[in-house]
Design a protein around this ligand. Sequence first.
Ligand SMILES: [Zn+2]
Length: 360
Amino acid sequence: MRSIIDIVDLSTDEIDALMQTASDIIADPDKYADACKRKKLATLFFEPSTRTRLSFEAAMLELGGSVIGFSDANSSSSSKGESVADTARVIGCYADIIAMRHPREGAPYIASLYAGIPVINAGDGGHCHPTQTLADLFTIYREKGGCNDLTVGFCGDLKYGRTVHSLISALAKYHNVRIVLISPDELRLPGYIKKEVIEKNGMEYVETKSLEDSLPELDILYMTRVQRERFEDLEVYERLKDSYILTAEKLQAAKPDMCVLHPLPRVNEISVDVDADPRACYFKQVENAKYMRMALILKLLAEKDEPEADGAEDFVESELLKCSNPRCIVAVEQELKHRFKCTDKENGVYRCIYCDAKAK
Ligand SMILES: [Zn+2]
């Protein structure tokens, strides 16, 4: 049974095929209006995220399917202490496919092991949100005609921004993508992503603090929010915050066909005077997300009866290894065994199979 937990679960060929399907849906929506007739999507949202849930629900309804589910943990049995595995087993009896959001990292992966139906991760803590990345890629593809040969700037909170980490991992599979990392020192991209993703894939990159200096060379600008609570010293925040706000005035220095993306919601990091500029693509991203979710639902339901390509995932279990991440699902579900995969043999790095955090 195929589930999508992380964007890296999909090959570039598969992502390209999903983008083809999404383009075809846009061109001829009637062709897909009954594609999921009598199929049910369960939206299991253990934490509220109304817009992601509505996007999944709209996607399934436009495919002619129906939707069941809940939108916060208090209305599910997990509030009575039910494990994610048991919830997944039960829902697997009612529905054909699950979209799950959970505050605990690794929870959708656990669900995928027990549900017996495909599971799409709709966001697990700070870990993964693959359909957001599919929406980002599809927006780049539609605006630029492809995802190769681009200079992509990431601006703002590159330390905690999971959408940034995930999009960089996805772009690493394309050709000749140059990365410009624009952030204050406090919020630079974590070293392990530079090492294990950017350098490992031979991507060219630069780090800078200046949005204004970087703008002229960018084909894509991916904006994120710089959150006040990320700073220990509020004076530093006050000094920096305005330099990472995109305004119509700053945008004058950018290429006429640059494209501005943002995972939304924005607070003030893109001034509203940018909205009318044809380079502002962040609301198109929202629409593109729905089409990519439609394409993904179709793919997973079509592949449901196919045997799995390779066998069970290799993992290591040892008394000496424990997941270091307090937000991991293993931190709350005592029955779960800590399991790891070796990601760097040379330096003996083991990462949790649920949340990808390092073992301690
Ligand atoms: Zn973990």
